[in-house]
Design a protein around this ligand. Structure first.
Ligand SMILES: CC(C)(COP(=O)(O)OP(=O)(O)OC[C@H]1O[C@@H](n2cnc3c(N)ncnc32)[C@H](O)[C@@H]1OP(=O)(O)O)[C@@H](O)C(=O)NCCC(=O)NCCS
Length: 146
């Protein structure tokens, strides 16, 4: 008797960026939404700030502070129950600053694989020391121990 093959649903293409790992995955609840059922922009901004800070913190090898939200576009609404994936890429490294682009995708009606990009943002973080003052971003060589 042969064992029935169980399809691996994790390998189904859900319309998310190929070959990239999201920094965060979140599902907003009713308390994150307004009376119309749309998720508050401020809630999305908070998650975007957290997602962007993760690669910035790794690159800074320590604490960072958000100094600027350079751009923020809500391209499509977010609804309670959407599964959100936050992708974050460093686009610029300065002397003390790190700029990160964050893109957010929502999987709606998840059983039907309906994915839409909902948000694009660019934020700048500053590497800070224990006195909360700017510090130089370490070189890549320092980070990898070269
Ligand atoms: C982050 C902080 C320590 C930076 O100190 P600062 O004296 O203002 O910093 P500087 O003027 O030296 O600028 C630091 C870097 O930020 C960059 N920067 C400053 N203003 C910026 C802006 N509006 N947009 C983008 N980058 C900016 C500078 O170009 C510099 O980058 P570089 O060193 O790579 O060239 C300080 O501004 C601060 O504490 N801000 C509050 C942070 C905060 O509470 N965030 C919310 C919670 S995390």
């Amino acid at each position: 008797m042969t064992t029935p093959q169980i399809p691996n649903v994790n390998t189904i293409n859900r319309g998310l960026p190929a070959g990239k790992m999201p920094e965060l995955r979140m599902m907003p609840s009713p308390s994150d939404a307004n009376v119309y059922g749309d998720v508050f922009g401020g809630w999305i901004m908070a998650q975007v700030d957290i997602a962007g800070s993760l690669p910035a913190t790794r690159r800074a090898n320590g604490r960072v502070a958000t100094i600027a939200v350079n751009s923020f576009v809500f391209k499509n609404p977010v609804f309670v129950g959407d599964l959100l994936s936050f992708y974050a890429d460093i686009v610029k490294v300065g002397n003390t600053s790190i700029t990160v682009q964050v893109e957010v995708y929502a999987e709606r009606n998840r059983l039907q694989t309906n994915t839409v990009k909902v948000t694009e943002a660019t934020l700048t973080y500053v590497a800070t020391d224990s006195d909360r003052k700017p510090r130089k971003v370490p070189s890549i060589e320092t980070l990898i121990g070269g």
